[in-house]
Design a protein around this ligand. Structure first.
Ligand SMILES: C[S@@+](CC[C@H](N)C(=O)[O-])C[C@H]1O[C@@H](n2cnc3c(N)ncnc32)[C@H](O)[C@@H]1O
Length: 219
């Protein structure tokens, strides 16, 4: 994908998520493999983990489960699609949500004990992912947790999946080695890593990659 097209393609991606926010929510609120990944991550929380940021929170399904399991958490979610943020507010009324670009993470005030990036990297290029992980490292307390889920594949095979003139989604693919190496360079240790097939109607299944990390060094 030429870099010059990125901004237009991101705009179309957000427009598409905004238009289909309710369908997205209906489809994934009962999708077991993702719910299980949230539960697995929630099991890593200890009483010291209180402040949580969900970057590209979508309809707030991860926030809702976390809050149901650990109601003492202080949860903030951001997403660029207003319809997603509205759904997140109704799905998890006890959290705070804002329409915001997760590429501007460093503009958020405060410090977090856990940061979630669930299927956000498919919409960020390699430099943006590196920058996201660097900002996450800065904003997390030592011992803080990071959740990453993304679609695994060769970066060179990334493409914009156009559906029509005004609909389509970015689809950046990342290798496990790129994610793990970047995490380690930014002071994280990988706690858990697993993959799941994501079945597609008319094509070979995608591979979803899940990485849980802990910040071990820094301020
Ligand atoms: C596949 S959905 C994932 C939603 C949620 N994290 C989940 O796992 O259910 C991707 C979300 O990323 C949001 N998004 C994409 N690029 C973004 C960006 N640069 N900043 C904030 N949100 C973004 C979209 O609006 C969409 O809600």
């Amino acid at each position: 994908m030429p870099a010059a097209d990125d901004q237009r393609e991101l705009e179309l991606t957000i427009q598409t998520f905004d238009k289909y926010a309710q369908q997205y929510c209906d489809k994934f609120e009962s999708y077991k493999p993702y719910i299980e990944s949230y539960e697995k991550f929630a099991a890593l929380f200890t009483p010291r983990h209180r402040q949580v940021l969900d970057a590209a929170c979508g309809p707030g399904l991860f926030c809702r489960l976390l809050w149901q399991q650990i109601p003492r958490l202080d949860i903030k979610g951001i997403d660029l699609a207003p319809a997603m943020v509205n759904l997140a507010r109704s799905n998890c009324p006890d959290a705070q949500f804002a329409v915001m670009d997760c590429r501007d993470l460093d503009q958020l005030d405060g410090r977090f004990d856990a940061i979630i990036s669930a299927f956000c990297f498919p919409y960020l290029n390699q430099n943006e992912v590196t920058e996201f992980i660097r900002s996450a490292a800065e904003m997390l307390s030592v011992g803080g947790l990071l959740f990453i889920s993304t679609m695994e594949g060769r970066y060179e095979n990334s493409q914009f999946k156009r559906r029509s003139e005004d609909e389509g989604v970015l689809n950046y693919l990342y290798s496990e080695s790129f994610i793990s190496t970047t995490l380690i360079e930014q002071g994280f240790v990988v706690l858990d890593l697993f993959r799941q097939n994501y079945p597609l109607d008319n094509a070979e299944a995608d591979t979803d990659l899940f990485v849980f990390a802990r910040k071990t060094s820094g301020n």
